[in-house]
Write a protein that binds this ligand. Structure first.
Ligand code: CP
Length: 304
């Protein structure tokens, strides 16, 4: 029973293959025939989500399962139940898998210790967001015409991740998969938004122009104000001036550079409208690919 708790748990070539098969299937028939099963997959979402939750709900439906969405406000967590007891309860009721988003780093690991069904991490605090990193990688893999995923197919490519690195589970999970594929990864943030812990497979900088210089891929990240202490930034205007991904800053990147963002976007803060909506932007392609990657990951975790 494989859990997917971190990006390192993902069998990348297998998920890429399965996601591509689903993409082909859904392109041929966007509403494919479904064999409904009398079985549930629980989606425990203790933090807000649009993209991830919608993609996992769609993934459940495509596999014939009923998605049982439980949020903290409407669950017995509000009456003091522990996460472990919630997980034990759902497993006793026979759910086939539990997809969970939680504000605490490490919550999926805690759940996995008592679960009798696979746990899929849909984002835990500032720790990991494995399926986001997987769909980002899938998007790049398709963009670069599907090279052999068992090779270091991103070798020679510079990927600059710019924004609130300290609070970003997306940056952490992406670094694992991008480095595995051989990319040269730059992580760029103001001094207060870079992590204290070392990142052995990345170049860390406070200089966004240097990070973007000659980049093949620029990924902008949102300021995670919900996880931020006050006083980490001098002003939003200074942040925009020094870190926003806009047309002027992108001129430093390679002409064929593509721009990514995991969403949700704060337009005019970490990315300009012009860049978010440009031909260089893969943002909506990331969203579309999110469905195929979530079906692929669920299938893998369910052993189907
Ligand atoms: N990227 C991402 O996790 O978006 P949601 O918070 O909308 O799921």
């Amino acid at each position: 029973m494989p859990h997917v708790l971190t990006a390192a748990d993902l069998p990348v070539p297998e998920i890429l293959r399965r996601a591509e098969e689903w993409r082909t299937r859904l392109q041929a028939n966007p509403i494919p025939p479904i064999q409904p099963r009398a079985a549930l997959i629980a989606l425990l979402f203790y933090e807000p989500s649009t993209r991830t939750r919608a993609a996992f709900e769609q993934a459940c439906v495509l596999l014939g399962y009923h998605p049982l969405v439980i949020t903290a406000e409407v669950s017995s967590v509000a009456k003091g139940e522990s996460l472990q007891d919630t997980v034990r309860t759902l497993c006793a009721q026979g759910v086939r898998a539990i997809v969970m988003r939680h504000p605490q780093a490490g919550a999926p690991q805690t759940a996995a210790q008592v679960a009798t069904a696979p746990i899929l991490n849909a984002g835990d605090g500032a720790h990991e967001h494995p399926t986001q990193a997987m769909l980002d990688l899938y998007t790049l893999w398709r963009h670069y015409e599907m090279p052999d995923p068992r090779t270091r197919w991103l070798a020679g490519r510079k990927v600059a991740i710019v924004g609130d690195i300290r609070h970003s589970r997306v940056a952490r999970s992406n670094l694992t998969l991008l480095a595995q594929a051989g990319a040269e990864v730059w992580l760029c943030a103001p001094p207060t938004l870079l992590p204290d812990a070392p990142f052995p497979h990345a170049t860390l900088t406070h200089d966004a122009d240097a990070a973007v210089q000659d980049a093949d891929v620029v990924m902008a990240l949102r300021l995670q104000t919900e996880r931020m202490q006050h006083g980490l930034l001098p002003s939003l205007n200074a942040y925009r001036r020094d870190y926003q991904i806009n047309a002027e800053r992108l001129q430093r990147a390679k002409p064929e550079c593509v721009v990514m963002h995991p969403g949700p976007i704060q337009r005019g803060t970490e990315i300009s409208d012009e860049v978010a909506d440009s031909a260089q932007s893969l943002i909506l392609e990331q969203v579309r690919n999110g469905v195929c990657v979530r079906v692929a990951t669920l299938e893998y975790a369910l052993g189907e």
